[in-house]
Design a protein around this ligand. Structure first.
Ligand code: SF4
Ligand code: SF4
Length: 56
């Protein structure tokens, strides 16, 4: 289980700045979660302004 960032992402960077395990990377037009490192805490989903991260 891990979170995944959908195409709704507007690349604001808030999730990457707050992820406790720093597993979110800037991929240009959107951000991407490293599913191997994600601990499924839900922080990214709760702070994202557009609701882009979703639990898989
Ligand atoms: Fe994208 Fe949401 Fe992360 Fe901002 S907080 S970079 S909109 S997923
Ligand atoms: Fe990082 Fe938690 Fe989001 Fe996984 S669920 S990417 S650990 S903030």
């Amino acid at each position: 289980m891990a979170y995944k960032i959908t195409d709704k992402c507007i690349a604001c960077g808030a999730c990457a700045a707050n992820c406790p395990v720093e597993c979110i990377a800037d991929k240009g037009s959107k951000y991407e979660i490293d599913s191997e490192k994600c601990i499924n805490c839900g922080t990214c989903a709760s702070i994202c302004p557009v609701g882009a991260p979703e639990a898989e």
